[in-house]
Design a protein around this ligand. Structure first.
Ligand code: NAD
Ligand code: DAU
Length: 361
């Protein structure tokens, strides 16, 4: 297969590529990524020299560039991770989320439709990676199923909901062979330190304050990133075209419990007292429109495709902390914005060509 992975230099996409590029040398993979602040070429170290891997630095919202890449590579499979993904950023700049998550998804769908002229006779597939946030917020009871009503709270969630609707509409209207996964909160290696778990780890290791929004009682369902990647692969291989599958970890935790657990782990790893690390916690102003609780019912994925999460939360947290401690060069580069400098040095000219004279911002 020729597999186009959008957003492959981000958190989940890079873990996906690190798992599957070496596992499937018979498939070729192209990572299609704009390398925004969230995309990091260092996350591809090790696979970047593999014969079955290459990187295209480009913007999914630019239709001409998307068509050029589809024409050159002629993918049989598109795995679409690329997105603006941080809820707090979407509150400050919703437009960027509409551009990438809605317009960008539409450009990819258009290009796939043009390439796969007769989808019924091909083995092509467009897999869209989405989120449980499209379903909105739960109170204390219940869990999202594939039939839950869409009710997004943040501009990020609204833009992902729009992209899901477009993907389904291209299936119903044009017969495009699609599948969708809606997943809960991921954690693990290579996640940018703007999200709760890596932010807490790095601040705790460096003795900085640990911000907890509101009361800390908001609840998320956590899934280790490798388990999410295996779920996506399972859906690509065995999922039914046109179907949506929810993916969750069955590991619900309040935010304050997550932060406290990380403080205890950091204390154990560094020999500091737990009280000292816990003392860094600060309750801060709440996120506007903050969803109270997410919980995901992934019984369809288990029943129909046999997927289940393999890693428990305590073990996953310990592995994640160990990864951040073992990779100071990655951390330092991300904190210093090194990849943006790398991008300017290595890709400036090519980006300008790809973007037809416009500079990449
Ligand atoms: P991320 O922010 O870490 O990575 C996003 C990647 O997309 C980056 O490499 C970035 O450079 C790239 N990108 C952004 N705009 C682009 C553009 N215009 N053109 C090309 N590339 C662009 O995100 P993530 O956490 O890895 O999430 C990946 C996908 O999974 C997203 O679609 C997100 O909605 C979804 N998701 C994430 C989670 C989670 O907990 N992180 C959970 C469920 C679903
Ligand atoms: O549910 C899936 C979603 O999970 C994905 O679609 C998103 O891309 C991903 O970012 C994540 O969204 P959240 O908003 O849940 O993740 P975040 O790590 O930003 O926040 C997790 C919880 O922790 C949330 O309730 C807000 C809170 N929080 C977050 C930060 C960054 C804090 O209390 N303090 C913080 O500093």
């Amino acid at each position: 297969m020729r597999i186009l992975v959008t957003g492959g230099a981000g958190f989940i996409g890079s873990n996906f590529l690190n798992m599957f590029v070496p596992r499937y040398p018979e498939h070729s993979f192209v990572c299609f990524d704009k390398l925004t602040y969230a995309g990091n070429p260092l996350s591809l170290t090790g696979i970047d020299s593999a014969k079955n891997f290459s990187l295209e630095v480009a913007d999914i919202a630019d239709g001409d560039v998307v068509n050029r890449i589809f024409g050159d590579f002629r993918p049989d499979l598109v795995v679409h991770f690329a997105a603006e993904s941080h809820v707090d950023r979407s509150i400050h700049d919703p437009g960027a989320f509409v551009r990438t998550n809605v317009v960008g998804t539409m450009q990819l769908l258009n290009a796939a439709r043009a390439l796969w002229k007769d989808p019924s006779s091909s083995t092509a597939r467009f897999h869209h990676v989405s989120t449980d946030e499209v379903y909105g917020s739960l109170r204390e009871e219940g869990a999202f199923t594939e039939d839950s009503r869409y009710d997004p709270s943040s501009p990020y969630a609204a833009s992902k909901a729009s992209s899901d609707h477009l993907v389904r509409a291209f299936h119903r209207t044009y017969g495009l062979p699609i599948t969708i996964t809606n997943c809960s909160n991921n954690y693990g290696p290579r996640q940018a330190p703007e999200k709760l778990i890596p932010l807490t780890i790095l601040n705790a290791l460096e003795g900085r304050e640990l911000p907890v929004y509101g009361s800390g009682g908001n609840c998320r369902d956590w899934l280790y990133v490798d388990d999410h990647c295996e779920a996506i692969w399972k859906v690509i291989e065995c999922g039914q075209v046109g179907q949506t599958y929810n993916v969750g970890g069955n590991e619900e935790r309040t935010n304050i419990d997550v932060v406290r657990a990380l403080c205890e782990l950091v204390a154990q790893q560094t020999g500091r007292s737990a009280a000292d690390v816990l003392g860094l916690i600060r309750f801060v102003e709440d996120r506007p429109g903050h969803d109270w609780r997410y919980a995901v019912d992934s019984s369809k994925l288990k029943r129909e495709l046999g997927w289940e999460p393999t890693l428990r939360f305590a073990e996953g947290l310990a592995r994640t902390l160990a990864w951040y401690i073992a990779n100071p060069a990655w951390v330092k580069a991300v904190q210093a914005g090194e990849h943006q400098k790398w991008l300017e040095k290595n890709y400036d000219r090519r980006l300008r060509t790809a973007n037809d004279g416009r500079t990449n911002s």
